[in-house]
Design a protein around this ligand. Structure first.
Ligand SMILES: [Zn+2]
Length: 75
């Protein structure tokens, strides 16, 4: 999937995200905590915004479709 086509990323969030190596991005997407599933899951249909220098991904659990979020800390 091509990250660059996500329309739900703000411009600075897209810049942050595209600076992360693809392998790391895949790991982030596939390691999001879901409270309902009680373990790590894959985030889908996510959007990206910058919060205080960190990237916040908000989307749905690939398994149960509950809302999940993942914070990617800035360097
Ligand atoms: Zn879940």
């Amino acid at each position: 999937m091509s990250i660059e086509t996500f329309p739900t990323f703000t411009a600075p969030a897209r810049e942050f995200w595209s600076a992360i190596p693809e392998e790391a991005r895949k790991r982030i997407i596939a390691n999001v905590w879901c409270g309902k599933c009680g373990g790590s899951t894959t985030i889908t249909n996510f959007s990206g915004t910058i919060r205080r220098g960190d990237l916040l991904l908000v989307g749905k659990c690939a398994v149960c479709h509950k809302d999940v979020a993942r914070l990617v800390e800035g360097t």
